[in-house]
Design a protein around this ligand. Structure first.
Ligand code: PMP
Length: 289
């Protein structure tokens, strides 16, 4: 994605897209000292922008580094990056990482960098309203004492990429990851919800991201008087649910048609929440978040 026109905001200034380079001895490249956000703008405004900027700061803190820009400066930089892109609807990627002055696991004094790019990115999944086909991942979400699971940190995406690639190799769109206890956790880049008897069931986010879209979906469901149950969900419950969907800033709300041998019909509840989410992000629905 490097050979394009346009500009990326990097360390306080706009740099031509093709010139936003990092050195090959960058700490983040070797040791995954990088945190990021994936956000979407609708009608020229980033949805839950402030929450994303705060999460970026929090992820960096968990990883033991300080981003040399305040949350408000990041907000301003994102607004500028979006305006400079000329796009109304865009995907916005903010990323902070440890630089390249010193080599080795420590390199504690390396400069922390921040970049913000905005580009056009349509639906994360093709034919999303048909419901995506998911398989089971071979990798599990690590325990909270094995990895800093509440940071949106690059290192945690190694198991996501491996799982996603294996799924795609077998013709699936995504994979369901279990956690270290064998409980249902999430997809490779989105949280997961199920429907049974008119109620929503979703895993408690105690070892993976409590996604902003997940929190939004819960609010939207409650607005519709739909009961939301956060709890441990075991894989042997998969055949007991009627609907399933995943949530993420990129995926938005995407119905799931299949997880392995289990089938789901994108039904009333999924469709209502997809519509509410679309209305909310486009400013056609007011909900206190
Ligand atoms: N889990 C993972 C692994 C993700 O990458 C994402 C996307 N950031 C999510 C959940 C959903 O988070 P959000 O709704 O805040 O985008």
């Amino acid at each position: 994605y490097d050979d394009r026109d346009g500009y990326i905001w990097m360390d306080g200034e706009f740099v031509p897209w093709r010139d936003t380079k990092v050195h090959v001895l960058t700490h983040a490249l070797h040791y995954a000292s990088s945190v990021f956000e994936g956000e979407r703008a609708y009608n020229g405004k980033i949805f839950r922008s402030l929450d994303h900027s705060k999460r970026l700061h929090n992820s960096a803190e968990i990883m033991g580094f300080d981003i040399p820009f305040t949350v408000e400066q990041i907000e301003e930089a994102k607004r500028e990056a979006l305006a400079k892109s000329g796009l109304d609807s865009a995907y916005v990627r903010a990323i902070a990482w440890r630089g390249s002055e010193m080599m080795g696991v420590s390199a504690q004094n390396n400069t922390i960098h921040l970049a913000i790019a905005a580009w056009s990115w349509g639906d994360y999944f093709k034919d999303k309203m048909k419901g995506i086909r998911m398989t089971h991942a071979q990798w599990r979400r690590p325990a909270p004492d094995t990895a800093p699971c509440h940071a949106k940190a690059a290192g945690l995406y190694m198991i996501c990429t491996l799982s996603k690639h294996a799924a795609e190799r077998d013709g699936y769109a995504d994979a369901l990851m279990l956690d270290y206890r064998g409980q249902v956790a999430e997809a490779t880049g989105a949280n997961i919800f199920f429907v049974r008897d008119g109620a929503l069931h979703t895993p408690t986010p105690d070892c993976f991201l409590n996604g902003l879209t997940r929190q939004t979906a819960i609010k939207l469901a409650k607005e519709r008087q739909i009961e939301v149950i956060e709890r441990a969900i075991m894989p042997d419950e998969l055949p007991t649910f009627s609907e399933c969907f995943i949530t993420g800033s990129a995926a938005e709300i995407t119905p799931v048609a299949e997880i392995g041998v289990h089938s789901y019909k994108p039904g009333q509840i999924s469709e209502a929440l997809v519509e509410d989410y679309s209305n909310l992000v486009n400013g056609k629905l007011e909900v206190a978040l």
